[in-house]
Ligand binder design. Structure first.
Ligand code: SF4
Length: 343
């Protein structure tokens, strides 16, 4: 038996039963693959079901208001995924007659679809024999074939792609990609792989060599930048001030009044320049949120104000109005405070 047959055989008996498995509908495959970027499969399942109930096909998603799409995505993070999903649905519905492109090359022309997602959709929905190379596959392939060079180097990436391509069967390419993904997610784990139960240990060069856990060799990541952020809960009566982000990070989502690098005195000075008169200002808690390249070290403040002068673009909202708006996970702790303060 060859690695491919051994893996497909194992996959037939041991695959993970997940809500988004067992379909070849490109809309569903695409949706699940976008959700699975950066998010664990178990977390994705619930979001996937709810999202499909609300937007059952590409036309429903294309017609939707962006705010409704972001609301359905609330808590999943990496919101550019949702905005791109929405834009790509509009291209498919309005320009491609509702038909998904059926090759990885064409799929990559859509917003938010990179080489990995294109290959996953093309192989699972259209049986195109292309490997879907993500962190899981890099690990599994580096170990199977003892690739000891840095996987961030373009020539090494190309080699890994070719090795993956060599494993693709003429039929069932989608199952093969999913078998490799499952192997990476359940057995060939980062850290300590469970080689004793691996269906392809007999072919694995790193296993033979004796130290599979040292692979893959990955480029060293820069630590994320720490940024102090003041989250100011401006309250006037039973309303709180919120603003819709226009910056690339968290674009389109609602946040409380945010100020970078400000302490209490800085907040007072800043508000004064906006014509805001605090009746009281107090620190109420701290929180931390990790993005890909930065960490927000948040200090939260409650600031009661004398009137409804706005410090900038935004709106005063009641608790009910606030609950209907999409907020990012970064605002979870502050949102909890806002709920209590308005409740
Ligand atoms: S034998 Fe071990 S290192 Fe090799 S593919 Fe299997 S789990 Fe991974």
């Amino acid at each position: 038996m060859h690695i491919t047959q051994a893996l497909l055989h194992w996959y037939d008996g041991s695959r993970r039963e997940l809500a988004f498995r067992g379909t070849r509908d490109p809309y569903r495959v695409w949706l699940s693959e976008i959700m699975l970027q950066q998010t664990r499969a178990q977390t994705v399942e619930g979001y996937y079901r709810r999202f499909l109930a609300q937007f059952p096909d590409v036309y429903a998603l294309a017609r939707a208001d962006e705010q409704a799409v972001l609301k359905a995505w609330e808590g999943l993070g990496y919101y550019s995924r949702a905005r791109n999903l929405h834009r790509a649905a509009q291209v498919i519905a309005n320009e491609l007659g509702g038909q998904f492109p059926d090759t990885a090359e064409e799929l990559q022309k859509l917003p938010g679809i990179g080489p990995y997602t294109a290959a996953a959709v093309a192989s699972i929905a259209f049986d195109q024999p292309v490997p879907a190379i993500d962190g899981n596959l890099i690990r599994v392939l580096s170990r199977l074939y003892l690739v000891e060079e840095d996987a961030g180097i373009p020539s090494v990436k190309r080699r890994l792609y070719q090795l993956g391509l060599g494993l693709m069967p003429a039929a069932r390419a989608g199952d093969m990609n999913q078998a490799l993904m499952d192997l990476g997610a359940t057995i060939c784990l980062p850290g300590t792989p469970d080689c004793g139960v691996c269906p392809v240990s007999g072919y694995c060069l790193a296993y033979k060599e004796g130290e599979p856990e040292r692979l893959p060799v990955l480029p060293r990541k820069k630590p994320p930048r720490e940024i102090p952020v003041a989250v100011v809960l401006l309250r006037h009566g039973n309303k709180i001030f919120v603003t819709r982000r226009s910056q690339a990070l968290l674009k389109g989502l609602y946040v409380f009044y945010l100020l970078e690098q400000e302490d209490m005195a800085g907040i007072r000075r800043h508000l004064a320049t906006r014509g805001i008169r605090p009746v009281s200002l107090a620190e109420i808690g701290q929180a931390r949120h990790i993005f890909t390249h930065r960490v927000w070290q948040m200090r939260m403040y409650l600031c009661d104000v004398a009137d409804d002068t706005m410090p900038g673009e935004g709106q005063w909202v009641t608790k009910e109005e606030m609950d209907a708006l999409p907020f990012p996970t970064a605002m979870k702790a502050a949102g909890g405070w806002a709920d209590t303060l308005l409740g």
